[in-house]
Design a protein around this ligand. Sequence first.
Ligand code: GYE
Length: 326
Amino acid sequence: MTPKRRTLTIALAALAATGTTVVAFAQGLPKLAQKKTYKVGFAQTESNNPWRIAQTKSMQDEAKKLGYQLVYTDAAGSAAKQVADVDSMIAQRVDAIFLAPREEKPLAAAVKKARAAGIPVILLDRNVDQSLAKAGNDYVTFIGSDFIQEGQRVGNWLKANMKGQARIIQLLGTTGSSPANDRRKGFEDAIKGNANMKILASQTGDFARDKGRQVMETLLQAHPDVNVVYAHNDEMAIGAIAALEAAGKKPGKDVMVLSIDGGREAVQLVVDGKINYVVECNPRFGPKAFETLKQYAAGQKIPTKIINPDKEYTPQNAKALLSSAY
Ligand code: GYE
């Protein structure tokens, strides 16, 4: 060890002894240079439903329009694979990363790794655990819906439209994901304290159609008196409809079906009277995502959350809005 290095080591050890944390790199967001074209990563969480497919298409279309290179990965429903996908984007030295974090906690670490490597991250559609990673420091911003409000809107609609007792089965989204956590919270807060509203069971259907059907089948046996299904997304609602019909019940009539997303198939089911109410969650992120990236490169101040406005589909408006649903 050179004498200079020895002095530095002793100084750092002395600092550590006082309890001071010694950080190897600067805090704060990495800069993004203004360029004609970028190589940008998009780490998708899975591709098993129309919502995801619409989101990926919107991102690819916009990248193409701008002439940017999009490095696309699909984590196929595995948070561990998504962490590895981000690692590979870092190794490929992309200019920036768009990330749709499958689960709140494991992906917070991936966000920090990208930042430490000097690559800015913009979160799309799902968030990370706010106690583990912070907007404006670890990642640039979150672009997506207000999931708490989505859940509240479903709860409020139910309060306004339910005659008599509501006996509810709640099909939860992916465990540990921000939309599942928040759509549950918003809904449960909205109906809390109402003696006419009772949740019989809440179980995850992992945002997937077939899982939703299977879970609904099982829960129907335990709770044959259910008269409301609240599904955290359309796919699980469509699965639940299959289970209800197989059990000889009329979805939309014997059992109210409420959902979130607003894909074309679900909106058609509102027209058909099998789904009673859908809060939209818009998957068309491309234009906003890339516009935000350019603003960031230009040094503009980016808000820590950018919330997409969401419509709603009811028996009154579903037919007129069908053609604009994704
Ligand atoms: O509702 C669901 C998707 O994260 C907001 O994830 C998104 C949700 C969306 O798989 O269909």
